[in-house]
Design a protein around this ligand. Structure first.
Ligand code: RWZ
Length: 362
């Protein structure tokens, strides 16, 4: 599609530009280089922000990444892991603190964590307090879920709150600390994180289930047990109808957060912060539209085409663009709903509510 070429070129140029913008101080150089390595997409959206807020968000991300690296390392005994997770918010203040774990780039992040601490100590006090508070709460939540499975939809919401909803709360605090935004409510901030996290959990089914050593699964039993006896059974060819319905059930659950996300974004005043928040949310609803009733989710990776991603990144400027994108993807999703699906009515109700919000305000 020749229409896609131009935005794609711009995207590549933006990525190269980001590489060249590495600051000269060793601690900041390390942090921005590391951010590029652990998340190219996040390194790209973070560039929307002004310097002091961008620095705080970069450190926030790396601190949580390090916390996640500890949680994720299955070779660490629980008795060792839990105290580290619980005290991580104190370790960030200590330039001498060190704990080696993880692999590849994540191991470098852990081994050179003193650079992150040094940079953290240079942030304004209100940024530090926001990062400390969220790190403490996420560490405690991760520790709780080490020995707990995601059984009910309530557990699913609770787990997603710890690993993503809290990121939303933290970002809202950082935006407020920058004096560019009012403090958003915890409920709306939480929804911003849950919408992204639940989309990732749906899309990453196969990757998570095939992981060695066996990773925990986040699809709640309360949902999948309506369709199959074991979560792995969704992969089997003979279960494809049931698998599709289970997938649609999960997408419908994720869609319950979309209206809150629109309300959150509509209240933002700073255009750069809006772009930073909106790009991932539009990618999420686009991914849900792509995954709905698409059993490829159980066979391989389902990802939005790169040209479309580039268009989202460069085409999102104002809240009107956000309403338009949510409208288009909701319409696309609605056209895929089949009345024989047990959740068809619920799904369509969710979509109708999103479409109405977009029409009323967009
Ligand atoms: C913009 C208000 C970015 C909310 C959630 C968005 C993302 C998905 C991934 C909130 C390190 C990446 C692993 C942070 C812990 N959640 N979350 C507003 C938002 C970082 C590890 C991975 C989390 C995690």
């Amino acid at each position: 599609n020749p229409d896609d070429l131009y935005p794609l070129l711009k995207l590549k140029m933006a990525a190269r530009h980001a590489e060249k913008q590495i600051p000269p101080e060793p601690q900041w150089g390390f942090c921005y280089t590391m951010l590029q390595k652990v998340s190219r997409s996040f390194a790209l959206v973070i560039q929307q922000l002004d310097t002091d807020l961008r620095d705080a968000v970069c450190i926030f991300y790396l601190v949580l990444r390090a916390l996640d690296t500890v949680e994720d390392d299955t070779s660490i005994a629980t008795e060792v892991k839990v105290p580290i997770l619980m005290a991580f918010h104190q370790h960030v203040y200590d330039r001498e603190w060190h704990f080696s774990c993880g692999t590849n780039d994540y191991r470098v992040l852990m081994d050179e964590f003193h650079h992150v601490s040094t940079a953290f100590l240079e942030l304004g006090r209100s940024y530090q307090q926001a990062i400390e508070d969220i790190t403490m709460r996420m560490g405690a939540g991760m520790a709780k879920f080490i020995c707990k499975e995601v059984e009910t939809v309530g557990d699913y919401n609770e787990y997603c709150h710890y690993v993503a909803g809290l990121v939303g709360l933290g970002l809202s605090k950082l935006f407020h600390a920058s004096e560019k935004e009012d403090l958003a409510s915890d409920a709306l901030s939480n929804s911003m994180g849950l919408f992204l996290q639940k989309t990732n959990i749906i899309r990453d089914y196969l990757e998570d289930i095939n992981e060695i050593p066996k990773s925990r699964m986040f699809w709640p039993r309360q949902i999948w047990s309506k369709y199959v006896n074991r979560l792995e059974d969704l992969k089997d060819e003979e279960n494809s109808v049931k698998a599709g319905r289970c997938l649609n059930d999960m997408v419908t659950n994720a869609l319950t957060h979309a209206e809150d996300c629109l309300t959150y974004m509509a209240a933002l005043r700073d255009p750069a912060i809006l772009r930073f928040c909106a790009i991932p949310q539009i990618m999420a609803i686009g991914t849900l539209a792509l995954c709905y009733n698409n059993i490829q989710v159980f066979r391989g990776v389902v990802k939005m085409r790169r040209g479309l991603t580039a268009r989202v990144i460069h085409g999102t400027k104002t809240m009107s663009d956000v309403y338009e994108a949510f409208y288009d993807f909701s319409r696309m999703l609605k056209s895929k709903v089949d009345n024989s699906d047990p959740n068809a009515r619920k799904t369509k109700e969710q979509l109708e509510a999103i479409l109405k919000t977009c029409r009323d305000y967009g």
